[in-house]
Write a protein that binds this ligand. Structure first.
Ligand SMILES: [Fe+2]
Ligand SMILES: [Fe+2]
Length: 483
């Protein structure tokens, strides 16, 4: 434990491991730098290139001791839902679904030919045509085909997906999906040949060759639970502060270059979230849970910008979008100078000053509980959240089936639509890490800091606690660090 906190010893170990001798004066000079470990690693690489084995004070350039000011974080919050609206009537809901339909019509129209509305189907003859419609019902016929009720502004129609290729996709369609359907009209029925997802445009993964910034993603701390892994979280905090141990010494440079930390919900375990929770709580008071959270998170170095959004265990309404955890309940978190409390979901741009920045979508992921049982190909979704996230991304929607867990935002469209220019999409909730690159978008789940609970054992879930995915913006590599 003592070694972790001794920067001099850490430096000496690094040189020893690389079989480079270092003079005492050089060592002292290095200790004055902003980032001794990463700077030492650069010097070691240089010496090795020159086949030298001793580091002398003259090798250390004064202008390299202090890093340039671009190490400062820069961000812009693009979408943050802070208002608490209430549903006043059916009009709010129909306006919400029309906004969703409208949005995806615009997205899909260019990719479909002969698009017509449902009311004009009769006039279409036997030509190949396309519909953009919302799925209001789905059933499986006796011979294994999928039958849908499709709706648009003009009316509704029964539709059937026949043929092996389209059947496979039809299997994963859920109600309230807004999709493109290509096929032909029969008598009061539409025969579907092809189903088109809204999807993400094909694009190159965005990288910034001059920007060695790292971004870390965590979620589901569940502070206040008896199962919160405080020791492991402390190791993570130590690592952020440059104090490495046997496990984390491989990654000193990674932690030095971390400028942003995203925390995607379930900061605390909450109170009364499930019937027998009281027995599982170390801190059975919601105010004290957030006080403890602030106390723990205050150890994050101030140079790291932290974004905290809520999850289903936090003390905010369950309906999405969830507003930020309030100041009344978590005043101490608001006191932390480097922390921004944001909504769930939240959309923001980091490194906004540089090369157009990177767009990050932060979403806790509660809707995964609805999606996983509905889509047969996602039956291992709790183990592979990236597959569930991909299903969301192709639909460009965070919670396609409306499960009474959404509050429409007047005149604000559909807050759960996934923007097309997203670069990084993070979730949490399932307590299992997972990552995937799809069309230039990195999908990443923050895992958890809660040990496996009896309830998870009962559900057959396999949590992967205390692992932190870190993404580098220079090369978009993702490293998963085990603490
Ligand atoms: Fe959680
Ligand atoms: Fe959760």
């Amino acid at each position: 434990m003592k070694n972790q906190n001794n920067p001099k010893l850490n430096l000496l170990n690094l040189f020893l491991k690389n079989q480079i001798q270092v003079s005492p004066d050089a060592l002292n000079k290095l200790l004055e730098s902003d980032h001794p470990l990463s700077y030492s690693q650069t010097l070691i690489d240089n010496l090795k290139n020159e086949n030298r084995t001793i580091l002398l004070p003259d090798d250390i350039k004064a202008n390299n001791l202090k890093k340039e000011t671009s190490k400062k974080s820069s961000y812009r919050i693009l979408k943050n839902y802070t208002q608490t609206y209430h549903i006043t009537g059916i009009e709010d809901m129909s306006a919400y679904f029309l906004a969703r339909l409208d949005y995806f019509k615009k997205q899909l129209r260019g990719r479909l030919s002969n698009t017509i509305s449902i009311s004009n189907l009769r006039k279409s003859g036997r030509d190949k045509i396309s519909l953009i419609a919302i799925v209001s019902n789905k059933t499986k016929t006796r011979n294994g085909n999928y039958m849908f009720t499709l709706e648009d502004y003009s009316g509704q129609i029964k539709a059937i997906a026949v043929g092996e290729k389209v059947k496979q996709i039809a299997e994963s369609v859920v109600y309230d999906d807004v999709l493109g359907f290509v096929g032909s009209a029969g008598d009061n029925v539409f025969f579907i040949d092809e189903i088109v997802w809204p999807d993400i445009p094909i694009k190159e993964e965005k990288k910034d060759p001059n920007n060695d910034t790292n971004v870390a993603f965590i979620s589901d701390l569940h502070i206040g639970s008896k199962n919160f892994l405080s020791d492991k979280f402390q190791t993570f905090l130590n690592w952020l502060n440059g104090k490495v141990n046997k496990k984390t010494e491989l990654y000193p440079q990674l932690s030095e270059n971390i400028k942003y930390l995203f925390i995607a919900g379930d900061i605390v375990d909450g109170v009364g979230v499930y019937p027998t929770q009281y027995d599982d709580l170390e801190i059975p008071d919601i105010y004290k849970q957030y006080k403890e959270a602030a106390n723990i998170l205050s150890q994050i170095p101030e140079k790291i910008k932290v974004f905290i959004s809520p999850g289903n265990h936090d003390y905010v309404r369950l309906a999405e979008p969830q507003p930020p955890i309030s100041k009344e309940i978590a005043s101490d978190l608001y006191e932390l100078p480097n922390v921004s409390m944001v909504s769930n979901p939240c959309y923001l741009k980091i490194e906004k000053e540089l090369n157009g920045g990177f767009n990050v979508l932060l979403y806790h992921g509660t809707s995964m509980d609805s999606l996983i049982p509905m889509i047969p190909s996602l039956k291992d979704g709790y183990k592979h959240p990236e597959k569930v996230m991909l299903a969301m991304l192709k639909r460009r929607h965070l919670s396609p089936p409306y499960e009474t867990n959404l509050i429409p935002q007047p005149n604000n469209g559909d807050p759960l639509i996934i923007p097309s220019d997203v670069d990084i999409f993070q979730t949490g909730h399932v307590h299992s890490n997972g990552a995937l690159n799809y069309r230039g978008v990195t999908l990443v789940n923050g895992g958890t800091w809660q040990a496996k609970t009896e309830f998870q054992v009962f559900l057959g879930h396999e949590p992967t606690p205390a692992r932190v995915p870190v993404i580098n913006l220079k090369n978009r590599n993702l490293i998963l660090i085990q603490f």
